[in-house]
Write a protein that binds this ligand. Structure first.
Ligand SMILES: [Zn+2]
Length: 290
């Protein structure tokens, strides 16, 4: 599942290819059309396909931003503005190409669901093998409360302060720390992979209740979250499962993960343990993480 570093990488990869491009048409796959005709909204949420096409036609892409694991593609059309909000779900991928054939991997090429055609003739393509991804058009971000509820971006100046304040809230204080740091109201974009790594690197047991963590441990954990996310961005993301960046390349963060998916602890050689915490499987070392 793409996490913050992967989404950041997609953003950086798309930027040089789509800024300034004007959308002239949108095409959906038969699968998406069928799903919408049956009242299910595969991939495109909140609008009818036709309405979406009419809304975005004529808009120029102004900017692309990331908020947590969402891509925000800012659109402008004279006086009007709006956003394409994209969440990659489990296996979403964006490609900026001249033709579909340029998507070399069959599993992505065969699961193309949305094609934006630009005035320049270039294409912006959304592919999604498992179709858990979401695409929306919003006139205002406030129209979509989940975006507003997201906590601080880990790299923001005041992120540590807000993170520490959130940990003190009664609703988080009593919970296992891993569940809390994966909550986007506490910190944006720290999903299972990076939460697992940050806890291992800071020597904290994933089931430890927040209230039983000293302030120094909380600060240390915050620093590890930031560091591991930065490392993920620098490595081009991790290519566990079906993530690819905009050029169809896989990142190599998976080679640097010390605890996620590991059977043996790289620090002490003990067999790792697993537990489901906050609905997600967690690897940890009971000797190194307290
Ligand atoms: Zn260990």
């Amino acid at each position: 599942m793409p996490e913050l570093p992967e989404v950041e990488h997609v953003k950086r990869g798309l930027e040089p290819y789509i800024i300034g491009e004007k959308i002239i048409s949108v095409h959906f796959s038969k699968t998406v059309e069928h799903s919408h005709s049956e009242g299910r909204q595969a991939i495109l949420k909140g609008l009818e396909l036709q309405t979406f096409c009419e809304k975005v036609k004529g808009y120029t892409i102004n900017q692309i931003k990331r908020r947590s694991k969402y891509l925000l593609i800012e659109l402008e059309n004279g006086e009007n503005s709006g956003f394409l909000l994209s969440h990659l779900g489990m296996s979403g991928a964006w490609f900026a190409v001249d033709s579909i054939d340029m998507i070399t991997e069959g599993k992505f090429r065969n699961h193309v669901h949305v094609i934006f055609t630009f005035e320049s003739g270039r294409l912006l393509i959304y592919s999604d093998i498992r179709r858990f991804g979401e695409l929306r058009f919003l006139e205002n971000l406030e129209d979509y409360p989940p975006i507003i509820a997201i906590g601080p971006e880990p790299f923001d100046e005041n992120a540590e302060e807000l993170f520490l304040a959130a940990l003190n809230l009664p609703k988080f204080n009593q919970k296992p720390v891993k569940e809390v740091i994966m909550n986007h109201q506490v910190i944006a974009g720290c999903g299972n992979i990076y939460a697992t790594e940050a806890l291992f690197r800071s020597g904290i047991h994933p089931k430890r209740k927040v209230e039983r963590m000293a302030l120094s441990k909380r600060i240390g954990l915050f620093k590890q979250i930031v560091e591991v996310l930065q490392e993920g961005i620098d490595a081009g993301g991790s290519s566990i499962s079906d993530y690819r960046n905009v050029n169809g390349e896989a990142g190599n963060m998976q080679d640097r993960l010390q605890m996620y998916g590991r059977k043996v602890c790289p620090a002490c050689g003990s067999a790792t343990k697993q537990a489901v915490i906050g609905g997600r499987n967690s690897h940890y070392c009971s000797a190194c993480q307290r």
